[in-house]
Design a protein around this ligand. Structure first.
Ligand SMILES: [Zn+2]
Ligand SMILES: [Zn+2]
Length: 263
């Protein structure tokens, strides 16, 4: 299968994007040259006035979207361009986006595993991989049932603890995974297929079998999937075709991909 869309694209609006020239126009031009027909912008955002953002999130407020929309107004393209965001959560039930704002977007990617933000996101009680796994599952279950997320960004991938990914996932039983993904399926919340699932060639801290195991279970439970490179630069964006390998290994076919419609 060929990934038909890339719904996780960052621009210079994201504070972690190092490039000043990563504009919507440059992202769109590259997508056109790659033959991708649908793309979606997913800059970081904190859009919940009820929970104070971290200093990092503070400038990345609701205005991210109006800034993006005004930049997009300058671009003409045959591509289908969707306006989304990457929203976050700091604990189960505590989200960085409210439903009213989510409804103004074409879609919401919700991150449920930004554990590298140690001062902001609730941490597991100990350093044990099994505790990390519990924390990830609690966040994930809350995220998929929140009604906020179209798709879960980089599901069950522990940012800040990549070296514990394999051990954490292997501490979760098939039955627990079936239960969590059943919940996602029931709520119509999709899961993202992301390049972080592809282990680096040098000193890989995990094997591809780790994500393939849970993605296969998710597929069997009826989950839908989205593709997202999480690209902050052109090299990242060019990785989209690599995601086909992950999908193929997990038995994910075209009919398992979320049919995303713009609002
Ligand atoms: Zn993320
Ligand atoms: Zn991202």
């Amino acid at each position: 299968m060929q990934p038909c869309h890339d719904l996780h694209l960052h621009t210079s609006l994201s504070a972690c994007c190092q490039l000043n020239d990563r504009t919507p126009a440059s992202v769109i031009a590259l997508a056109e040259s790659m033959g991708v027909s649908t793309i979606g912008f997913a800059d970081h955002i904190w859009a919940n006035p009820g929970i104070s953002p971290s200093e990092w999130y503070r400038p990345q407020n609701e205005e991210q979207i109006s800034r993006l929309r005004s930049q997009l107004a300058e671009v003409s393209t045959p591509l289908r361009v969707l306006v989304g965001c990457e929203a976050d959560m700091i604990a189960p039930g505590k989200f960085g986006i409210v439903p009213e704002f989510a409804r103004t977007l074409d879609y919401v990617l919700l991150s449920c595993s930004h554990f590298h933000m140690k001062e902001f996101v609730a941490q597991p009680p100990t350093d044990a991989p099994s505790d990390l796994a519990r924390q990830m599952l609690d966040f994930f279950r809350s995220g998929v049932a929140s009604g906020l997320a179209t798709s879960i960004a980089h599901p069950l991938f522990p940012f800040g603890s990549r070296d514990k990914f394999a051990q954490a996932i292997s501490s979760i039983s098939d039955a627990e995974l079936e239960d969590a993904f059943g919940l996602a399926s029931e709520h119509g919340t999709a899961l993202e297929i992301t390049p972080v699932f592809i282990p680096p060639e040098i000193d890989p801290p995990f094997s591809i079998d780790t994500p393939v195991r849970f993605l296969s279970i998710a597929r069997n439970m009826g989950c839908k999937f989205t593709f997202g490179t999480d690209a902050h630069d052109p090299a990242g964006q060019r990785r989209l075709p690599e995601l086909a390998m992950v999908a193929d290994m997990a038995g994910i076919h075209d009919e398992d991909v979320l049919n995303i419609s713009s609002r």
